[in-house]
Design a protein around this ligand. Structure first.
Ligand SMILES: [Cu+2]
Length: 124
């Protein structure tokens, strides 16, 4: 093999590894929420799912998740956070805040009323 071919092969291999790493590790890390005043606040886009769908917060500080729904599918018209006894109806085009206090570290799911859309709140 010529040197140029080896370089191209190695570059291609490097790129593949980077892409795999991005999807399997980096993408799963989730979004770390920064505290804004009293609340740790994040906006979640509701459209074909939740974006971001993994949200990382600290325990012991109030959290405000602002759900912004940009679709009319009945599936996503409610969001439930069963571990915090919270739920809300999300009218299309509006932003609905849900506030709660995560007291214990752990992983908590949020979902639509049928459980088709899912997201995860990681409390550290
Ligand atoms: Cu649903």
């Amino acid at each position: 093999m010529a040197t140029a071919q080896i370089i191209v092969t190695l570059a291609g291999l490097g790129l593949s590894i980077t892409i795999v790493w991005f999807f399997f590790f980096s993408a799963k890390e989730g979004m770390r929420v920064e505290a804004k005043g009293k609340f740790q606040e994040a906006t979640v886009l509701v459209k074909g799912g939740y974006t971001p769908d993994v949200i990382i917060v600290e325990h012991g500080k109030p959290v405000r998740l602002k759900f912004h729904r940009q679709e009319t599918a009945a599936c996503s018209e409610m969001v439930l956070l069963p571990d915090f006894n919270k739920s809300a109806t999300l009218p299309t085009g509006e932003t609905v805040p849900i506030e709660f206090l995560p007291e214990k570290p752990g992983e908590y799911e949020f979902s639509c009323q049928m459980g088709m859309f899912r997201g995860k709140l990681i409390v550290e």
